[in-house]
Design a protein around this ligand. Structure first.
Ligand code: NAP
Length: 324
């Protein structure tokens, strides 16, 4: 699979990364319902076989569980074939599964220790502040992360969900290796200010939810949403509910028809569309069972033809108006 350099780092990431939010399972506020760890492990191994060379996880996914499952899946993978692992910090949780932001120095120190243990590694390849929450503590947390980069516990430091103003504040303390923003056909706010900022400052971009949590695969029907378990947070996501859901479903049908003209699927087109921008290092494709990533990994080598991009653009403009 094609690789792109992550900003000014020495890491070369495959254009598709493996996203491990859903494999954290249910039992917490942002869960995806029950998940069989054997399915998760099969999905991760399939990603490695497909040539994906990096995995994105977070301490908070399943309250530590996703990191543990990633470690279990990679245990028997020969060292030379092992993907890079990126994780995140700055969230804390309570026993009832509720979350709160906490990038304080003490919390980040504790989280680094806990993630190294759960991931069973001596160095974290990419360590990211998950949310700039609370805003006034981002410098405090970033300084601790910078200290660990200097000590070698962390190779590179990045952030997710930061604004340009927040990036500016921490970039002055220690270089930001990467930004992880939401970016998909249904969420394009990254394009206006963050994209030029990342280009100018050589910050790598790893796009999250590029298939909009599965909506752009064409596999999400009204019936399926109605049958989502209560602990699948997508039940409460406005894009999975009316009036947005019908407008999105109609768009995805058209997307699937365009993709089929190129012997591709809607999911592959959604991912390759994100990768049309050279500033995007990689699209993080979530998967929770075998089969899914084999399909989506193929998007990593596909350049969407210009005529397809030109036909998609007016559909997206219309959809944006319908969803506004
Ligand atoms: N930094 C942040 O704040 C943040 C936020 C969100 C995500 N992320 C990262 O980005 C990753 C990707 O985002 P995401 O997981 O939200 O969504 P996504 O990649 O847009 O969609 C993933 C979901 O789509 C479905 N799917 C995947 N492949 C499929 C296929 N071939 N056919 C049919 N359905 C398929 C699966 O769910 P079902 O099978 O259940 O439908 C899967 O869990 C996350 O795992 C996480 O690592 C980060």
């Amino acid at each position: 699979m094609k690789k792109r350099k992550l900003g000014s780092t020495e890491l070369e990431f495959t254009t598709i990364g493996f996203g491990s939010w859903a494999i954290g399972g249910g039992g917490w506020k942002a869960g995806w319902g029950p998940q069989d760890d054997n399915d998760s492990i099969a999905a991760i191994r399939e990603a490695v076989s497909a040539g994906i060379n990096w995995i994105d996880t977070a301490a908070v996914y399943g309250l530590g569980h996703s990191e543990e499952v990633v470690a279990r899946a990679l245990r028997d993978v020969p060292r030379s074939e092992r993907p890079y692992v990126a994780t995140k910090c700055g969230r804390n949780w309570s026993s009832d599964g509720s979350l709160r932001g906490d990038p304080s120095a003490g919390r980040i120190e504790q989280e680094i220790t806990d993630s190294l243990k759960r991931l069973d590694v001596e160095t974290i390849d990419l360590y990211q502040i998950h949310w700039p929450d609370p805003d006034e503590q981002i410098e405090e947390g970033w300084e601790v992360i910078a200290k660990h980069v200097r000590a070698g516990t962390i190779r590179y430091a990045g952030v997710c969900n930061f604004s340009v103003a927040q990036l500016d504040r921490i970039h002055a303390i220690h270089p930001v290796a990467s930004l992880q923003p939401p970016y998909s056909m249904l969420r394009r706010e990254f394009e206006s200010e963050l994209l030029p900022y990342c280009r100018t400052n050589s910050i790598g971009v790893v796009a999250y939810s590029p298939m909009q949590k599965g909506l752009l695969t064409g596999a999400i029907t009204k019936e399926r949403v109605a049958n989502f378990p209560e602990s699948d947070h997508r039940r409460r996501d406005p894009m999975f509910n009316e009036p947005k859901f019908s407008a999105i479903s109609a768009f995805v049908e058209k997307l699937g028809a365009i993709a089929a003209e190129y012997d591709r699927t809607a999911a592959q087109l959604a991912l390759a569309w994100v990768l049309r921008l050279p500033e995007v290092t990689s699209a993080i494709a979530g998967a929770r069972r075998a089969g899914q990533i084999t399909e989506t990994a193929q998007a990593g080598d596909w350049t969407v033809p210009d005529d397809a991009l030109q036909r998609i653009e007016p559909l997206l403009e219309q959809l944006a108006k319908d969803l506004a």
